[in-house]
Design a binder for this molecule. Structure first.
Ligand SMILES: [Zn+2]
Length: 405
């Protein structure tokens, strides 16, 4: 009996010592978290997380860097591009981030940046928030673990874009980092409806090209205005879902596209440099085409047409002062069945002569899409009765064929 008591006392002491050890480790760990900072300072000291960013003011690049704390950005899709985008904006000290995603972290995501193996099984928004809060506790976070294309979620999504910003204001910018056509269309529809600027981004399924496209409802082409690009993306991503077909992805391409996205976000919010309407990237040739896309007056989205009308009215009431402000020349392609006006800003020297003549005119120059032939083959494979044709197929035709894939 005495022996038993002695052994219990010893065990008790050991456990107490272990608890103390763990508490010490925990205290040390939480002491490593940085405290919130109320005002961004330009002070050049090693302990100031914003000194390098605030230096942009001293360098004459940004007038009021600290304004970034007043802005809210919504990121739809927190995958290979979205997570890196969220991290960059968090490190830059954005005021608030709203994250939407319904997926879970998996080991198959580890070829990309941001997520860690120990986060496997967690929802992407939950894992993101934990990491991002730790990096910068000054940023406000709001996360939504649902699919925005679900009918019962769409209204909530629109509501958060409309009033999820700081002080209940609309968000300042929506960034699309999704990997599917339906989600892009849902974002496009919502943003056209509530007149919200957004930036679309995409990476091809072969991992060697990508793009960003700025959409200002009524002023630039919306996602529904520009079918050729949409169709190409749509087919690419549909193939992902075909059994046995696994899309490739590279951390490099995704990081580059996220960098483009955040660079243009910062330029827009903090008003420096010029925001690129469309910026493509072809990794095979290190080719970076840029262009401006005007809205399509025959767009299928009725809100896009309303926004176009409003903008034309605005222009009529507020005519631009000098033509020299915008030296771009509009080129209307006569045989462009979608009526898209395109301004190619690519220097002559960079233009490719060997463009595929089969590509739909106008948007084909976005970047040399190696998938175009694959796309054509896919479409052929999927339709038994399809005739061989050199003509580009219409959006509706392609969409109906895709349904059968
Ligand atoms: Zn449109």
């Amino acid at each position: 009996m005495a022996n038993q008591t002695a052994s219990l006392i010893e065990e008790n002491q050991q456990l107490k010592a272990k608890i103390q050890e763990l508490e010490d480790a925990l205290a040390k760990k939480s002491a490593q978290h940085r405290v919130k900072i109320t005002t961004m300072s330009s002070e050049v000291v090693d302990s100031n997380p914003y000194s390098r960013l605030m230096a942009l003011k001293r360098m004459g690049i940004v007038k009021n860097y600290e304004d970034i704390r007043h802005y809210t950005v919504a990121i739809v899709g927190v995958g290979g591009v979205g997570s890196v985008t969220a991290e960059m904006l968090t490190r830059c000290g954005i005021g608030k981030l709203i994250l939407f995603d319904y997926d879970k972290v998996e080991l198959a995501n580890m070829n990309r940046l941001f997520f860690r193996p120990d986060q496997s099984g967690m929802s992407k928004v939950e894992a993101s928030e934990a990491t991002l809060r730790d990096i910068n506790p000054d940023v406000e976070f709001e996360t939504h673990n649902y699919n925005i294309t679900k009918v019962d979620k769409y209204d909530h999504f629109v509501g958060r874009i409309k009033s999820g910003g700081l002080q209940g204001k609309p968000v300042d910018l929506v960034l699309s980092c999704v990997d599917n056509f339906e989600a892009r269309m849902a974002i496009n529809m919502a943003c056209n409806e509530i007149n919200q600027m957004w930036i679309e981004s995409g990476v091809s399924e072969n991992a060697v090209s990508g793009h960003i496209q700025v959409v200002i409802p009524g002023q630039t082409s919306c996602f529904a205005c520009a079918p050729p690009l949409v169709v190409a993306d749509n087919i690419d991503e549909k193939t992902l879902k075909r059994e046995g077909v696994c899309a490739a992805s590279l951390p490099t391409t995704m990081g580059i596209v996220a960098g483009f996205l955040v660079q243009n976000t910062l330029k827009h919010l903090l008003q420096f440099g010029s925001v690129t309407h469309y910026l493509g990237y072809n990794a095979m040739k290190d080719y970076f085409p840029t262009m401006a896309l005007k809205p399509n007056p025959h767009c299928d989205d009725s809100f896009c047409l309303i926004r176009q009308e409003e903008y034309q009215q605005y222009l009529a009431e507020n005519p631009p002062e000098a033509e020299s402000e915008d030296p771009t020349e509009d080129v209307v392609h006569e045989s462009n069945e979608w009526g898209i006006t395109l301004v190619d800003e690519t220097p002559e020297s960079e233009k490719k002569e060997e463009l595929d003549p089969d590509l739909a005119k106008g948007l084909a120059r976005a970047y040399d899409m190696p998938s175009v032939e694959q796309v054509r083959i896919l479409v052929k494979d999927s339709t038994e009765s399809q005739q061989e044709t050199e003509e580009p197929v219409s959006l509706e035709e392609l969409q109906s064929r895709l349904k059968g894939l």
